[in-house]
Design a protein. Sequence first.
Length: 101
Amino acid sequence: DHFLVAKGILAQKFLVGIAEYFEETIKRLETYYEWSEANNEGCVTNYLEKQRAEEEETPRTIERGSYEWELVTGKDKFDLMLYYYALELFAKQGLTMFRRP
């Protein structure tokens, strides 16, 4: 079953990052790769500030539970199931690898 293989690879080979939790993802990457910015004016900080401003200006185009959402989830069922599994892994890695909720 391809889906089970994909879940296994994701769990064993990837440090999961989630765009919706971008700041937390960056913190985990900094910890994992031992990156550091001596001051708060580095490229990561600048990018985060720019990203946050753009997100506030750009509304979501498809709302969860809408008709459009149902069309996408029906067509891309396994992609969505893998995404939800990635969310679980993100939470699990936060607790086990980074001791962060």
